[in-house]
Every structure is written in structure tokens, then in C-alpha cells.
Design a protein around this ligand. Structure first.
Ligand code: ADP
Ligand code: ZN
Length: 749
């Protein structure tokens, strides 16, 4: 017998898999693996009727009564656990809260490279040889060789590839010096070289903080020293120096021998942001989501080994395996990109607060335009509110000029509805003062849709209920959702009219029109079409910073976090695009985006100016953003949320039912609706409860799938959990039909 029975008990491991299973499965541990098994390691076990060898995570070991049905573990995959006990507990909480498989969360957390068990690659470093020290004085070297020695004097030892960059030489020149014994070459682990290279960025001392910054920093650092849980909401207008406050808090954390996690939205993870952190801290890693797997994995390992003080990155950074985490900072906490739109559908901010609570450490949520959820929490004293009310150096907030597009004349007749005369004049003025201009338009492509003038049919994607965008340079119609493309038709497919019209302006067209208006200026566009090459993003921003670009046209990409003192005008071409989206957060999002864009100017010595070209100059989101008045906006808008029982006054869940067969999706969702309503009668003390739907989702067809949804509102999330589990438990799965449960959804389309 390979698992001795003691008092009828057997030793088992509980295993979870990368599947939507709600419970772990127990497996017998063979005697020879007794000493090797532990929580956090992966194992290979037989799964299902066919006993298919499958890899899972061991999440618990324990003794249970013997059961002949128990299967045995085949093998243990890892020498060391891949996740700590804390991360196991944390991921279990996430699985329970977001109603998905624990194994699915673990799969998302541990980088594939770490799972593959690969070892750290080697890099070659060089240093001076003894021969060099003894006889270099009498030898004459070539200019290239001299440059190499000069650089080596400054930084040695150094990785060959870094030396080549610094001395502008080919590796062959360095290798020749190795062969002739002037240099010695050694192989070391890449991570050792990694920190050696980083330390060459000169570290900046902290700058002179203003009174508000000092007071806010002190509150946070005191908390860091106490090492107790507290959620701070740092509400600071754009340019108020929030980042400096984060840096102070992180410094205090490191001095206490602990690590800090900094989460920023992907879009603001710019070289500029990263550079500011690298100038203050040497042991820092960046977890870009576009890192190669191996690199992500290596960074993860460095962090887990405690070799890193600061980890910065987008939402998944919340899982960084810091062994002694002391602080979490989330910049732009209101950003929707912290919510993951596939399983596990976690919200990086919300689970970060949970992690901080589990570890009993402080967390700072910073924003110029806090989410209503965080604002509400601060008002109820669940979070501690901290405020930076002024810009640094007493710089004024830029005035915002509302251009009413219904009445204002266009810059030229062909630009009606696109560029107003007012904006053109403002741009001329800014440029004549040697200032730079940023124009923001949240739509890429050339024309945003094409339409038949006779039957009004808009050319939609054949897989999605979404208009296709015309891209002129490539001469294609593109679906921005599924990526399907086709050649633009010359006549309407429905009524055969030949004079099909191209309408709506995207950034590609804006760039073209601005080039016509300002022929002697350098104009560049920044959107996901113009930045496909690696490094192009950084290249455009550097050129703009150095003043080589006069006018920068772009989407979201230029809206956030950028700090260019010479931008004297920001123009928002169409601030109205988001207002009418059928989503209760439409107004909030419009306000946030406009405040961010407006915040890109007035950051230097010359004053800045903002133009919103709007058809709705009375809309509260637009009026408040123009006045930089978050508080009036939130006070007014949040009342509607309360009266309609929407977040932050309730917990929301959304169930999406999707299938290629519209009929089967409709039948299933109707029945699910009935089960949900039935379940409400079974749950006692559920408090206020509201079920909306099932109805067709606002975008009914996406990527060939027909979609229905149900929206659940309740006072407590536990009630939502119960309702969903009871109702779904009564439904029979249908092949080809998917049910997606989204707790605290941010995407309602
Ligand atoms: P926010 O994140 O609130 O938009 P930042 O932290 O990016 O603001 O600060 C904006 C700019 O002001 C940065 O260039 C920063 O270096 C500078 N800055 C921050 N604090 C001060 C200060 N006390 N005095 C002068 N400049 C400051
Ligand atoms: Zn499509």
C-alpha cells in the first residue's frame, strides 16, 4: 500500500485546476512523495473519467478518512513552491469573490515562464585583465579600443552588450580584446547584471515639497511606520505633485526594509513615469504587460526572492510576490483598465485593498478624479481622504473655453463640425508664442463610419453590430472590435445607391486636416495605428518633449499622465463621444477623461489654455470638467446613482449569455431570468434587490456571438453570490452556449 492508513486516515493533497471548478479535488499522496509535497507546488494528477494527466496547484495537505475512490498523484513538478501561503489565501479569496476557479486565478497569477521551470540565463561581463594593469601603459590602442577602456574605467565590470552601447563599438572589438588577453570575460546570472546596469542611472534626491505635499506625505509615512492597514484616497488636482507624495511613502517603506507595489494604468506606464521612479530607487522592476514571457518570469523570480524594492506595472502587478510587502500605491485609481475583462474578472484596485487588509499594510489610491466608489468610501470614512488642492509652484489651473459647435463658425466650410475657427485661432496664438499644441480625439482611423445617403444603412461588421471604420492609408474598412477588415464598397449593398458617404472624423483625418491648416508646422499623430513598431511610442513622446513636434494629435494615448511644460493649448475635438453610451458611468467617464486631457497644459511658466468643441455646452460632465470642479460634479451626479440604486449605492453583477445561435441564447436567458427571480424568494434577509433583464445586450452581436444579459443589484455582494449560484445551479449547460458572470462589472455593452 503506498499511502499507509493510520486510524483509517489517509494523507491527501487538495488540488485546483485551470478550470471553472468551484472546489479543489483531493488526491492521495504516495509515500515516496510525502516529504516533497507542499502547498504552492504544482503536481501532475489523473483528471476526469479518462484519467487524463493534468497539472494543478496543491493548495492544501491534510488527513482525511480513507476512501477507495481517491486517485493518486503521479508526480510533483516543482522543487520549491511557486506561490506563498499568503498568495494562496489571496487568490482563494479572489476566486470566491469573482465566482471563478481558484486554479484559474493561480494560472493568471504565476507567469508561464516560472511555471516552465526554466533557469536564469547567463550574460557575459568583462573587466580589465592583469595583463592590462601591467603593460597597457606602453601599448598604443586604436580609438575604438581607447573608447572601450574609457567606458570600462567608469563602469566595471559591465555586460558586453552595455559596454558596446556606451562606447559605440561592435562586440567583435570587445571580443578581440578578450582574445588578446587585455580583458577578461566571465558568465554570470542575468539578474546580477540587471541591477548592475540599472544603478548607472543617477539617483535624484527628493525635491522640495510644498506645505500640502509635506502634510499629506507625513500622514502616509506615519502609517507606513506603524505598519497597519489603512486605505488613503489621495485626491489631488492634475499637476499637484501626487507622484512626489508616492515617492516619499515608498522611500519610507524601503527604509523599513519592506517592498512597495505601484500600479498604474497601462496607458500611463510611459518611459517618463518609469524614469521618475528609477531616478529615486535603484532596485526597481517594471512589469510591462508586453514583456516577453521569459522576462516577466525572471522579474517575478527576482521579486519573490526579495531582491527588488519597488515593483511598478499595470493591474496584474497586484499579484507581485513581494516577500515583505509594506505599501501599495495605485495611481489614477479611477481608471477602468484596472478591471480585467476576462476570467478572472478582478478589479486590480479592489483586490489590492483586500491584499493590503490581509497583510495589514497601508494602501494609497490617488486620482484627480476619484471613482465614485472610492469617493463614497472616503465620505463614509472607510477610506481616509487626503487632498492636494493646488498645483505645484502655485501654477493656476488652465482656463477651459467651451466652443458651442451648433453656433460657432468652422475654420473652413469643409471643416464644419470638425474644427472651429475659435480653435484654429487659439492654436495660431499658442504656436506664435513658440508653444506646443495637443489635439485629442478619441477615435482612430480616417472616417468613423460609412453610410448610404438613400437608405441610411451604416456599413457594419458582419460579425459584430458595430460600424466599420475607414482607414485611408491602408484603404480598408476595419472593425475595431474583432479586427475583421475589407475593401470599402463603392455602392450600398442594401439599395445599390452609388454615392455612398464617408462620415465622422478619426485621428487619421484630423492629422490630414491640421496639416492643411498649418502647412509649415511639424505634426505627428499618436494612436495605436501609428505606434505599432516597438519603441515608436517612446520616440514620438521624446521628439515632442524636445520640441521637434509642434502639434501632437492623438487618442487616449496622449490624454493621461504626460507632463510637458511647453504645451500651451489642448484642444478636445469631440468631447461628446462618450456621453450617450448606454452605461450608468457614461457621465463619470466623460468627466474623468476631459479633466485628464485638460490637465496636460499649464504645467510650465507660460499659461495654458483648453478648448472643448462641444454640441452639449450645458451637459454637467462638460461644464464641471471645464471648471475643474470635481466636487460639484460628484455631489450632483451621485444623487442619481442613489435614487436609481446603482453603484456605489449597491453591488452590481452582470450575467452575459452568449451563443452563435440567437434562439438558444434567448431561451436560456429567459429561463435563467425566471430562476433568478425564483431564487430571490429563497434567500432570507436579502435586503433591497433589483433584477434588470434579461434583455439583449446593447451590442447584441459580437464576434458572431449573440448576447443577452441580466443585471443584478443588491445591497450586499453575498446576496448576489447566493442568487447567482442558486439560479445557475438549476440550469442545464447547453453546448455552444457560454455563461459569463461578472461581479462589479465595468463593461455593460
Ligand atoms: P500629478 O501626479 O499630481 O499630476 P506630478 O507628481 O506629476 O503631479 O507633478 C507635476 C510636476 O511638478 C512634476 O514635474 C514634478 O516633478 C513637479 N513637482 C512636484 N512637486 C513639486 C514641488 N513641490 N515643487 C516643484 N515642482 C514639483
Ligand atoms: Zn467585428
Amino acid at each position: 500500500m503506498d499511502n499507509p492508513v493510520q486510524d483509517d486516515l489517509v494523507f491527501v493533497a487538495d488540488i485546483v485546476f485551470d478550470r471553472p471548478l468551484r472546489k479543489p479535488f483531493s488526491y492521495l499522496i504516495p509515500t515516496d512523495l510525502f516529504n516533497l509535497i507542499s502547498k504552492g507546488k504544482r503536481v501532475r494528477v489523473p483528471l476526469g473519467k479518462g484519467n487524463k494527466p493534468t497539472i494543478g496547484f496543491c493548495v492544501e495537505t491534510r488527513h482525511i478518512p480513507s476512501d477507495p475512490k481517491l486517485k493518486s498523484i503521479f508526480a510533483i513538478m516543482d522543487e520549491e513552491p511557486l506561490v506563498s501561503t499568503h498568495l494562496l489565501e489571496f487568490t482563494k479569496w479572489i476566486a470566491d469573490y469573482y465566482l471563478c476557479g481558484w486554479g484559474q486565478v493561480l494560472q493568471a497569477v504565476v507567469p508561464a515562464w516560472v511555471r516552465s521551470g526554466a533557469t536564469t540565463p547567463k550574460v557575459f561581463i568583462v573587466d580589465f585583465s592583469d595583463k592590462f594593469h601591467i603593460s597597457s601603459a606602453t601599448k598604443k590602442f586604436s580609438p575604438q579600443q581607447t573608447r572601450i577602456f574609457e567606458q570600462l574605467h567608469l563602469h566595471h565590470p559591465i555586460a558586453i552588450k552595455d559596454l558596446c552601447i556606451k562606447s559605440s563599438c561592435n562586440p567583435s572589438v570587445v571580443n578581440r580584446l578578450v582574445e588578446t588577453d587585455w580583458l577578461i570575460k566571465t558568465a554570470i546570472d542575468e539578474d546580477q547584471a540587471f541591477f548592475g546596469a540599472l544603478q548607472t542611472i543617477p539617483l535624484d534626491p527628493s525635491i522640495h515639497l510644498n506645505d500640502e505635499q509635506i502634510s499629506v506625505s507625513k500622514t502616509i509615512t506615519d502609517q507606513v511606520h506603524s505598519g497597519k492597514f489603512c486605505t488613503f484616497l489621495l485626491h489631488g488636482v492634475t499637476g499637484s505633485g501626487k507622484t512626489e507624495v508616492y515617492l516619499e511613502a515608498i522611500e519610507a517603506t524601503i527604509k523599513n526594509g519592506r517592498q512597495a507595489i505601484v500600479m498604474v494604468p497601462e496607458i500611463s506606464l510611459t518611459p517618463q513615469t518609469v524614469y521618475r521612479f528609477k531616478k529615486r530607487f535603484s532596485k526597481i522592476v517594471v512589469l510591462h504587460s508586453n514583456l516577453r514571457e521569459a522576462e516577466r518570469g525572471k522579474n517575478w523570480k527576482l521579486v519573490a526572492e526579495g531582491k527588488v524594492d519597488v515593483v511598478i506595472g499595470p493591474r496584474s502587478t497586484v499579484f507581485a510576490p513581494c516577500p515583505n510587502l509594506g505599501l501599495i500605491v495605485i495611481d489614477e485609481e479611477h481608471e477602468n483598465s484596472f478591471k480585467q475583462d476576462n476570467t478572472p474578472r478582478y478589479h486590480g484596485r479592489d483586490i489590492a485593498v483586500k491584499r493590503a487588509r490581509m497583510l495589514d499594510i497601508p494602501i494609497v489610491l490617488g486620482s484627480a478624479t476619484p471613482s465614485f466608489e472610492s469617493w463614497h468610501n472616503a465620505c463614509k470614512n472607510n477610506y481616509k481622504m487626503l487632498t492636494l488642492s493646488k498645483r505645484v509652484r502655485d501654477l493656476p489651473m488652465p482656463p477651459v473655453y467651451l466652443v458651442d459647435m451648433k453656433t460657432s463658425p468652422p475654420a473652413s466650410p469643409s471643416l464644419r463640425g470638425m474644427i472651429s475657427e475659435d480653435l484654429q485661432k487659439g492654436m495660431k496664438r499658442a504656436l506664435s508664442q513658440n508653444g506646443q499644441v495637443m489635439l485629442f480625439l478619441n477615435r482612430r482611423g480616417f472616417h468613423t463610419f460609412i453610410q448610404c445617403p438613400t437608405c441610411k444603412t451604416v456599413e457594419n461588421c458582419k460579425h459584430c453590430d458595430l460600424a466599420m471604420t475607414f482607414h485611408k492609408r491602408k484603404n480598408i474598412l476595419l472593425c475595431h472590435h474583432c479586427g475583421d477588415e475589407k475593401k470599402p464598397a463603392t455602392r450600398c449593398e442594401t439599395c445599390k445607391t452609388e454615392t455612398i458617404q464617408f462620415k465622422g472624423m478619426g485621428t487619421e483625418k484630423l492629422e490630414e486636416e491640421i496639416t492643411k491648416l498649418f502647412p509649415d508646422k511639424v505634426i505627428r499623430r499618436m494612436d495605436s495605428d501609428s505606434t505599432t513598431k516597438p519603441g515608436s511610442h517612446e520616440y514620438i513622446l521624446n521628439a515632442f518633449r524636445e520640441g521637434l513636434i509642434n502639434i501632437l494629435v492623438g487618442t487616449q494615448m496622449i490624454a493621461k499622465g504626460l507632463d510637458f511644460p511647453n504645451v500651451l493649448l489642448v484642444g478636445v475635438i469631440n468631447p461628446d463621444t462618450g456621453i450617450h453610451i448606454p452605461d450608468f458611468r457614461a457621465s463619470e467617464r466623460t468627466f474623468q477623461l476631459l479633466s485628464q486631457v485638460a490637465g496636460r497644459t499649464g504645467r510650465g511658466d507660460k499659461p495654458g489654455m483648453v478648448y472643448f468643441q462641444t454640441y452639449y455646452p450645458e451637459h454637467p460632465a462638460i461644464v464641471s470638467a471645464a471648471k475643474h470642479d470635481f466636487i460639484s460634479f460628484v455631489d450632483e451626479e451621485i444623487k442619481h446613482r442613489q435614487s436609481l440604486f446603482f453603484p456605489p449605492f449597491c453591488r452590481l453583477a452582470r450575467i452575459v449569455i452568449r451563443s452563435k445561435s440567437a434562439e438558444s441564447a434567448a431561451t436560456f436567458s429567459d429561463e435563467l431570468g425566471e430562476q433568478l427571480r425564483l431564487a430571490t424568494t429563497e434567500i432570507k434577509g436579502s435586503g433591497k434587490l433589483k433584477i434588470l433583464g434579461p434583455t439583449e445586450a446593447p451590442v447584441f452581436k459580437l464576434k458572431e456571438y449573440h448576447r443577452f444579459h441580466v443585471q443584478l443589484h443588491a445591497e450586499k455582494h453575498t446576496v448576489l453570490h447566493q442568487l447567482i449560484q442558486v439560479a445557475l445551479g438549476k440550469m442545464k449547460p447547453i453546448s455552444g452556449l457560454e455563461v459569463i458572470v461578472d461581479i462589479d462589472p465595468y463593461n455593460l455593452l
